[in-house]
Design a protein around this ligand. Sequence first.
Ligand SMILES: [Fe+2]
Length: 265
Amino acid sequence: MSEWRRIGFLSDLHTGSLCAPWPDEYEMAAGNVICASPAQRILRQYLDDFLSHEMREAEMIFLLGDMCQGENRKETGRGTTTPELDAQVGAAAMLIDKIVDSRPIRGVTGSGYHQAMSMSLDKALLQKIGGNDLEKLRHVRIAGPGCVIQVAHGVGGGAIYDGTVTDRESIMLDVAEARQKIPYHVDLIVRGHLHHFFYMEDCSRAFLRLPCWQTWYGWDGLIGTYGKKQPDLGGVCVDCGPKGRIVLHKRLYPAIQIHDGLMGV
Ligand SMILES: [Fe+2]
């Protein structure tokens, strides 16, 4: 086995949001077909591009949660391509069809708001594509290089500056390791959730915050920090090597404005 192994990450696909990728045509159980909007078509092309390049070489894949949008229950379904959850899971599976082969796919569950009341849509997607559910947070030792990765979807914590949250999480992990609460060293922390790409390495470990696949959407909580909350669209793979060495391969795509575009009057 090679001392270097490539691992692919996908996070925050949000299939079912009007601001996220959707298959060009998706046939519902009742026989009607839901087509992608022009913006959704571009987002789907971005996703296909990433899956056909960096991700093609990945030996194993992790889904970091919020792969479906869910019901948008506070908005009573507004903002969804369809609030039908089976269709969202089916469409997400169709979108990532290219990477569903013999490679292992594992995933964590994302934010509660993007699950159904009675079940996790992230789990339902993993079940549908034959992946393994890692629940909320898991440590994974990569055979070969032996590096340990901690994967979780992550929480917000009012983060304006990504470095503040990542540095804090990393230092707290150092403390837990020093207290022998965790009997191994974590080389890489991976998170999704904030829809921003961010990467940091210090003397202890690396921290990767994944980009997303959903454009900016009109939600009150995103208005006060509009400039900061412009999402990074794309995906990341990492090559893990001996002694915790990490080489990053990221692919980011131009923003698409749906609800916040410039209009002439
Ligand atoms: Fe998200």
